[in-house]
Ligand binder design. Structure first.
Ligand code: C5J
Length: 221
């Protein structure tokens, strides 16, 4: 059993029953010309977390832990993209339109891939999700249950959208989740701060938060 100095109180986990869940670290969100930028966001903010995410990923792999990568991705015929999602707002390009990194948010396109620094390796789960949450229409819960997973460590983007939605979905399915604060980012720093606060408030009503240094230290003890 490992224990992390976390907020609002210590987080205890058994590595064999814990998965590292990396949410949507895709070129579509992190690089210019992808989905994030079409919505009017300054995507350069998100790059800063990549080194911390990479350190955690390498340490977790070395510890033999299960890794789950998610991608927000739609089928090529967009049959899993509700019109309400595609037609909302006034983006420069809509989901499925051709952009500089291929079709926006579509499976198999260059922009839809996980950034090279965090690319999945053999044996890791890669989950394509049509929604914001990692559990909606993916079978992830069943895959985790089959592996005896009870605890989840979250990192990725964006904090208040896909990360928070996934942590809330995990909470309702009975997982104890911890968010690595320096391994998640938003296009809106104030939204990240608020999301982190609201998840750990009220006695960890959604889950715990901690810095990646706390996890790395726990893995070495
Ligand atoms: C968004 C995500 N922000 N991965 N997706 O639309 O957070």
């Amino acid at each position: 059993m490992k224990t992390i100095a976390a907020q609002p109180f210590a987080y205890a986990f058994e590595p064999a029953h814990t998965a590292l869940v990396i949410i949507d670290m895709q070129r579509d969100f992190i690089e210019p010309g992808g989905f994030g930028e079409t919505l009017g966001n300054d995507v350069s903010l998100l790059e800063a977390i990549v080194p911390a995410c990479q350190s955690v990923l390498l340490a977790w792999r070395a510890a033999g832990g299960l890794v789950v990568h998610t991608r927000e991705a739609h089928r090529t015929d967009l049959s899993d993209c509700p019109p309400a999602k595609r037609n909302r707002g006034n983006p420069t390009l809509r989901i499925g339109d051709a952009g500089p990194m291929g079709r926006i948010l579509v499976m198999g396109e260059p922009g839809n891939q996980i950034i090279p620094a965090l690319a999945p390796i053999a044996g890791e789960l890669v989950i394509d999700k049509p929604g914001k949450g990692a559990f909606y229409a993916t079978g992830l819960h069943e895959m985790l249950q089959a592996r005896g997973i009870t605890h989840l460590l979250f990192m990725g983007v964006t904090t208040e959208v896909c990360v928070q939605t996934s942590m809330r979905e995990a909470n309702d399915r009975g997982y104890d989740s911890l968010l690595l604060e320096d391994c998640t980012e938003s296009y809106f720093p104030a939204f990240k701060a608020a999301a982190v606060e609201m998840m750990r408030a009220q006695g960890a009503i959604v889950g715990w938060t901690a810095g990646s240094g706390q996890l790395l230290a726990a893995l070495q003890r």
